[in-house]
Structures are given as structure tokens and as C-alpha cells.
Design a protein around this ligand. Sequence first.
Ligand SMILES: Cc1cc2nc3c(=O)[nH]c(=O)nc-3n(C[C@H](O)[C@H](O)[C@H](O)COP(=O)(O)OP(=O)(O)OC[C@H]3O[C@@H](n4cnc5c(N)ncnc54)[C@H](O)[C@@H]3O)c2cc1C
Length: 493
Amino acid sequence: MTDMTKHAVVIAGAGPTGLMLAGELALARVDVAIVERRESQDLPDARARAGGLHSRTIEVLDQRGVAERFLSQGQVMQVAGFAMIRLDISDFPTRHNYGLALAQSQIERVLAAWVEELQVPIYRGLEVTAFAQDETGVEIQVSDGRSLRARYLVGCDGGRSLVRKQAGIDFPGWEPSISYLMAECAMSEEPAWGMRPDDRGVNGLGKLEDGKRVRVLLNERQVMRGDEPSLDDLRRALIAVYGTDFGVHDVTWLSRFSDAARQAASYRERRVLLAGDAAHVHGPTGGQGLNIGVQDAVNLGWKLARVVSGTAPESLLDTYQTERHPIGARVLKLTLAQTALMRGDERTKALHENMSELLKLDEPRKRYGAMMSGLDIHYDLGAGHPLLGRRMPDLDLVTESGPRRVFALLHDARPVLLNLGDPDSLDIAPWAERVRWLNAQYTGSWQLPVLGPVAAPAAVLIRPDGYVAWVGNGTDQGLHDALSSWFGPPDQR
Ligand SMILES: Cc1cc2nc3c(=O)[nH]c(=O)nc-3n(C[C@H](O)[C@H](O)[C@H](O)COP(=O)(O)OP(=O)(O)OC[C@H]3O[C@@H](n4cnc5c(N)ncnc54)[C@H](O)[C@@H]3O)c2cc1C
């Protein structure tokens, strides 16, 4: 029987980030468990109604062979936008040249089912309440009095992360400039349907699926805090915007969020790591939070797995911070800019109109479309071929065993060396246990988002997260260094 109190990795929080990370670790055969405060995957607040996957997130799910589970439940559409200016990415060189509208509650359910298939234990209805680190691991206190032992603890426990606070990691940033109420309710008078921007931001009253009940989005006159707004707060905000509360009653759901933006100063404190909202929070405009959380998890998962299994040094974890912290910082800035652009005073409206004009031009549309959909991510892995540090495109390959998609090669979250040149010209025998190696042919053109066509490489080393770690020019120059630094020193035979 397995020991319920000992795991290689414990994750605090089974939101989208924690679930994705658990899946990644389980694929790498790491003994991982999640501690989750909620009894079920149901969401109590505004996040239940949030939702949307951007193109790169759909791609990373496709790399694990599970994208279809999400696509079949949501609605494929152009979701990328900047301050509500739509950015059409349908001409982008990706199989998923669109986003997906799907409620976060459903996204979490699909992720939870996947993690269950991978047999990750989730200790539900329990909180991580404290922890202490020592030389070899972390002792984690759980709310039922139990204590768990893990080699690493990952805080995927959301914006108010206890793990972040207890690790003493600073969370600097910007105070909220606006707070919003979201609600679902009935109204005895006919409401003023549609969007109504004002000088602070947007407001809107929309019909729910039954055509009668109302979905409400209101910015509040004064910035308010607290997750649990009252019916009076809702009435007051309605009257402030519309001059009436339309006889609001039967509120089945009411929630508040703000545009506060903060980022953890460090994503790691020895054996404790942070990912998702625990590492960065910002307003929901642009729909980035869940997406970058899931992608944090995909960046961290394989690295942590290698460190835990002893095939890579602990310093590999530093690259998680170097690669993902700038992405979080960029999203914070993009969100601040959008909040500013969405104020409805005349001057800001004029600025918004100008920005809309600008984003209709091809080059700005592509740049911003790629940024908002996550397709332009470039980890700085040094100078070289443009593919280096960028996402590997999902090419249709011809291999010795028939046609294969690149993403299908990544399903088990192992690195892949793809030799597209002279067959068997590369020798990676000392890494053969760790890196999948294959000869393939590809005759089409190589296209990257924003950059356009790039020179065809002779070989590529693809990390488990789908980013290119090395590009070959017909020789193995630099290959062994890249293999050693990402996947550990060569096996001694
Ligand atoms: C109105 C709104 C709209 C949004 N729209 C979008 C959108 O369209 N697209 C997008 O990408 N993002 C959107 N977001 C952001 C998105 O909801 C978050 O970024 C996302 O939930 C972050 O996921 P997470 O797993 O990191 O954290 P969370 O979802 O916050 O999950 C943290 C989990 O940890 C648990 N937990 C907390 N403390 C403990 C503890 N001590 N012990 C054990 N468990 C604990 C919690 O119960 C929770 O399940 C929106 C947010 C809001 C408010």
C-alpha cells in the first residue's frame, strides 16, 4: 500500500494550474498529490462564469492528446482581443488558429477527469495550513491535523496564496483602480439591455440562456474589496449606473473582482514553488489568467519531474523563474494598459478608437494577436535559428512508421529529437533512455506566427513543453551541450 502521507510533490490547490501541473508530473511518473480546500470542483465565484482558452493553451493540451476533450465542449471562435478590440488570428500558422469559449467550471471538470485517469490522489475538503522546509523536504500541515511530507511543495493556491505568504515571498504590484460586480438575477422591470460604458469602465445587462433572467456586469463608484458583496451593493451599483435597480430579485449568484495587479517577486523559495494566480494576479480583461497558469504548469512540470528523479540538477528549476516571470510581467502590463483603455471618458474613447484603427493594420494585428493568444512566446535560449526558444509547430511529418503529427510525439511529455536531415546522422545514445529520437521528413514550409517563413532546420530538439531547445544545421554542434543542460549528463555505459 502507498503511504498517504509521503509524496515526491504536493500541490496546494486543484484549480486549473494545480490540475495541469499534477497531470504533467503524473505523466513523468512522479508521485504527486493535491490538497484542495473545495469539496468538489464547483466554483463559488466569478471564475465559474469566466472562461476561454487561447490558441497556445489549446496547443499545449493538444501536445498531451487531450485538446479534443475541451474543443468538443466549448465553442471555437476568435477570442483574442485587446481592450475588447478583436484580433482575428484565423490566418495564423497553427492548427488551432482560434480560441475556445468554455466556462472555467467546465475546463476544471475536464482537467480533473484527466488527472483522475492519471491516478493522482486529490485530498479534497482540506487546506494546507502551514509548512516548514528542511534540507531534504517540506513538512506540510493539513487542516485535519495530518502532516504530509514532500520533497517539493507547489503553491497553486490562487491569488491569496497561503504558500506564497508563508514562504515569505513578496507580492508587489498595483492596488485596484476599479472593482466590478457580476451577478445573475431576475428583474421585475424591463432592463436596459446591452453594454453601457461610463467614464470608469464598462457595464452591461445581458439575457441569460432562458431569455428572461439577467446577467449583470457593473463597475462600482468606489473601489470595493471583499469577495462577498451583498444584495445592497448590487442595488446601489445598479442605481448609480441606470438610476434604478429594475426591481432586482432572486439573485442566484453574485461576485466581485478588481483590476489589482501583483506578481510574486520570486517563483521559488528553495523547495517551495509558485504557479498560476499564486504567482500573478491581474484584471480579467484579455482572458489571460487561467491560460498563463496552465502554461506555467507545463513549463514547470517536466523540470520538477527531472529534478525529483535526480536526472537533472536543482538549478534546472531556476529556468522556470527566468522563463515564466517575464511572461507574467508582460501580462500584468498588458492588463493595466487595457483597463486604462476601457475607461469611457471622451479622451480615452478617442484613444481607444485610434488603437482600434491601428490594430486593424496587418502587422500590429499579428503582433498583438500572437501576444494575446500566447503564440509568440520566446524563451531566451541564446542566439541562433529563430525556432530556438520558440514553440515547435505541429507539422505533418512522414516517419518510418507512417505519417505523424509533431504534437502526437509529445503526448507522453518526453523530449524529442527530430532528425529531418540525413537519417541516423545524429548519435544521442547516452541520452537514449531519456530522449525520444526519430528520423522524419517534412517537405512543407516552416512558418512561425508573426515572423513568417523561416529556414528549414536539419534537426530540432523539442522539450516536453513543446519549446525548441536546439536547432541543427546538419551537424551535431551544440547538441550534446543542450541535451546535458536540459536533460542531465550523459549515461555512463
Ligand atoms: C470575472 C473573471 C473572469 C476571468 N476570465 C478569464 C478568462 O476568460 N480567461 C482566463 O484565462 N482567465 C480568466 N480569469 C482568471 C482565472 O479565473 C484565474 O486566473 C484562474 O482561476 C487561476 O487558476 P489557478 O489554478 O492558478 O488558481 P485558482 O483558480 O484560484 O485555484 C486555486 C485553488 O486553490 C485552492 N486553495 C486555496 N488555498 C488553499 C489552501 N490553503 N489549501 C488547499 N487549497 C487551497 C482553491 O480552493 C482553488 O481551488 C478570470 C477571472 C475572473 C475573476
